[in-house]
Design a binder for this molecule. Sequence first.
Ligand code: ATP
Length: 603
Amino acid sequence: MEFSIVAQTLDILEKTSSKIQQAAALALLFKKTPSNVIDKVVYIIQGTLWPDWKGLPELGIAEKGVQKAISMALGVSEAEVERVYKSLGDYGLAVERLKLGKQNKSVGLVGFIKSAKGEVYKKLTVDEVYSQLVKIAMLQGEGSRDMKLRLLSSLLAVADPKEAKYIVRFIEGRLRLGVGEATIMDGLASAFGAPRDLIERAYNIYPDLGAIAKLLAEKGVVELKNIKPTPGIPLRPMLAERASDPTEILNKAGIPALAEFKYDGERAQIHKKGDRIWIFSRRLEEITNQYPDVVEMALKRIKAEEAIVEGEIIAIDPETGEFRPFQELMHRKRKKDIHEALKEYPVVVRLFDCLYVDGIDMTLKILPERREMLRKIIDESEEFKLAEGMIVNNTAELETFFLKAVEAGCEGLVVKSLGRDSVYQAGVRGWLWIKYKRDYKSEMTDTVDLVVVGAFHGRGKRAGTYGALLLAAYDPESDTFKTVCKVGTGFTDEELAELPKKLEPYRLPHKHHRVDSDIEADVWFEPAVVMEVTGAELTLSPLHTCCRGMVKQGVGISIRFPRFVRWRPDKSPKEITTTKEILEMYYRQLRKVSQTTTGVGEE
Ligand code: ATP
């Protein structure tokens, strides 16, 4: 299949923001695509070479490298490439413009056919482009940078202008713009006449859209139904809604409900197949190597031959056995010597779910059955056992258990429905699980997780570091990050001093294309570093773009007196608090205030 067909679709996708039109364009493309390359086409559209959880290397070419490769491919100076880039603001457009401009001139590399117009190109296939990109990604180690640039420039030399534009955007990680997984699933559903919810379920338990597309194209919808959780392939985790009022919690969860300690550790999906163990993080990254002690526990304590269980890995104090906060796990990760780390930062595991056991897809079973199975297959020990839980029937029981959890060093509770619909909803944040967290002594009922997108230089005592950071929430609809607040308090002196170093790898010469901000920061960053923030309350703000126009025209929502709580390296920028969640928190806060002032509130 010719790569130009994919490039044409990318062109259409770029020109429309209508999800319906985008899905239609994708459906058309998928219908035309031979089944042996459809996985590659899907990955290219996703802007990736493989699912992130495979842990395979990334392309590893930075902006300057792209500039050099374009210059080598086209035989123009780097200064010229930079000039065109600066006038167009995008290397993709720059390479396209330069290539179009060269149509009547000869190009730098020899050995290819010249078109009638003098342009040198070759009909590239999807396979060629994909495998060349894989080669680039796989080159590692000394001298690999030059080889990578050479491979990229030879690809750009033979690509036509439009193809070159999208290859460059792919390299820069700018392709994803606007087309999310949801739209790709819409396109697949329409191309293969497959029920959309079936594709979504398959994706949640087997998060590889390329593989799903291939299965659909080769075997049809029937096979899709047979997708099961598979040891070695992470499932997208089920997530909890939040609430702060015990009555509301039990109304939503139903009575009786299961209240469980909410441990403050790292979520772990533990997979077992014979004597092989994998551990995946909440972001679906493989973290097996970081926890040889947990691997040992799992091998010894999981009695089933094959299983997927979920739990929290928590650091404990080796002297007292008490839980230590989440940050301790991060210290452990930073230690170079793993054996020393194991001794200094021992961990325990508390299991709360069971997704697969010896051929049985447990995600379709209700929670009481999953808990029962978990109990059956785990040979419990002090370090590897089920999460502390209690069946609660009223708010008084819930409150008492909550205090017990906090006393034990937990963040609060996760209250879970035991009802007839209490299946494991992979990839869904819903009311079947509700988190009830300890108040951080602020009026905001919960903390939020935001990503750093910019910074302001510090003055006086803070000269040399940043005075404040510009933070944003994620809007999945537009795939952009919208600013919510500037945070400058809550950091220790040490954290403050380290800010520039911590953020340097993400520094950009301009605002990131996915950041929506009216505020001009002194320094811009790629949205990468996530932090947890608390504050006095959510307020309307004319300065910030989060939820702009949703409560009041031209006005957004911001956090008053925001304060840094901690870094969240376990969260990716797309997993942070969404603008929709902030809007819901704002309305909930309004309701609370109005109840309090009319005397019916709980405070
Ligand atoms: P938070 O920022 O509050 O930790 P989150 O966004 O990381 O939440 P949520 O789904 O909102 O994720 O909260 C549930 C998280 O709580 C899980 O991801 C898991 O790591 C942790 N957790 C601790 N104990 C439990 C438990 N008993 N059941 C489910 N999740 C638990």
